[in-house]
Design a protein around this ligand. Structure first.
Ligand SMILES: [Zn+2]
Length: 93
């Protein structure tokens, strides 16, 4: 993976395969599969929609945080998962 372009292309292929497998499994179990734009899913409060910006932005080290607007305490990945689900439901509507 020293060749950056080649590494990118291999990881793209891996990601595509992963998404295909998710789609196949979802269909097998009668579930809906869709891809959503992941932008801001981590930095947005799933309770009130507040978007962290500037110095408030979470770094990879920040595993939990409290929304400065509604004071909800979030676990980083659970909050992102709620935002991703909401985006998917919005796309279905
Ligand atoms: Zn909030």
């Amino acid at each position: 993976m020293k060749n950056h372009a080649l590494a990118l292309s291999i990881s793209d292929a891996g990601w595509r395969l992963f998404l295909q497998q998710l789609q196949t499994k979802a269909e097998l179990y009668g579930k809906t599969f869709m891809a959503v734009d992941p932008r801001n899913t981590t930095q947005t409060c799933s309770t009130c929609g507040y978007l962290l910006t500037g110095d408030n932005k979470l770094t990879l080290r920040d595993r939990s945080w409290q929304c400065p607007q509604c004071q909800t305490k979030h676990q980083r990945d659970l909050n992102a998962a709620k935002n991703i689900l909401a985006k998917g439901i919005d796309q279905l509507a």
